[in-house]
Design a protein around this ligand. Structure first.
Ligand SMILES: [Zn+2]
Length: 151
C-alpha cells in the first residue's frame, strides 16, 4: 500500500485515521488513472490485430474516449465494472456500507457514459464499450475488437 503524503494528510493532522471507505476510494482513484492496465490490454490487442494510429483521450471528442480512430470515426471506451455500474457480478458488488455514497456516484457515471455514447453516435461515430470483465478472455476480446473495427 502506498501512503501518499499530499495535502490530505495536512488537514487531517488531528490524527484521524482514514476509514476503510476512504482508503478504498483512494485506491479506486489510483486505479482509475489514465493508463490503467485494462486500457493497455485493449491497446495491445488492437495493435496485435494491426489496428494502429489511434488517439488516446482525445480532448475534442465527447467523453474523451480512451481510444479513438479519427479517420474511421470509431471510439472505444474501457470501463471498470464497479465505477461504471456494469451489469455483471463485479459491477453489482457494491460495498454494503456507504451505499448512499457509492450508488449516486455510479449512477452518475452510468448516465454520463450514456450521454457520451449518444452524442458520439449523433456525430456519426461508432462506439464500443469494453468492460473490465471482457478482458479476462483475450480471444473473445480480440473477436469483439475485430468485429467492431470491421463494421
Ligand atoms: Zn463487468
Amino acid at each position: 500500500m502506498v501512503w501518499c503524503s499530499v495535502s490530505r494528510t495536512s488537514h487531517q493532522s488531528s490524527g484521524r485515521k482514514e476509514s476503510p471507505e476512504e482508503q478504498r476510494s483512494r485506491t479506486m482513484r489510483a486505479v482509475r488513472s489514465k493508463d490503467t492496465s485494462p486500457e493497455l490490454i485493449v491497446r495491445r490487442t488492437l495493435r496485435s490485430l494491426g489496428f494502429t494510429g489511434y488517439r488516446l483521450h482525445h480532448k475534442r471528442l465527447t467523453g474523451k474516449p480512451d481510444v479513438a480512430f479519427l479517420g474511421r470515426r470509431k471510439a472505444i471506451f474501457v470501463h471498470g465494472c464497479f465505477w461504471h455500474g456494469h451489469d455483471c457480478p463485479r459491477g453489482a458488488r457494491i460495498p454494503k456500507s456507504n451505499r448512499d455514497y457509492w450508488l449516486p456516484k455510479i449512477k452518475r457515471n452510468r448516465e454520463r457514459d450514456k450521454e457520451h455514447v449518444a452524442a458520439l453516435v449523433e456525430q456519426g461515430w461508432s462506439v464500443l464499450t469494453v468492460w473490465e470483465c471482457d478482458l479476462r478472455n483475450t480471444e473473445e476480446l480480440a473477436d469483439k475488437l475485430r468485429a467492431f473495427m470491421a463494421q
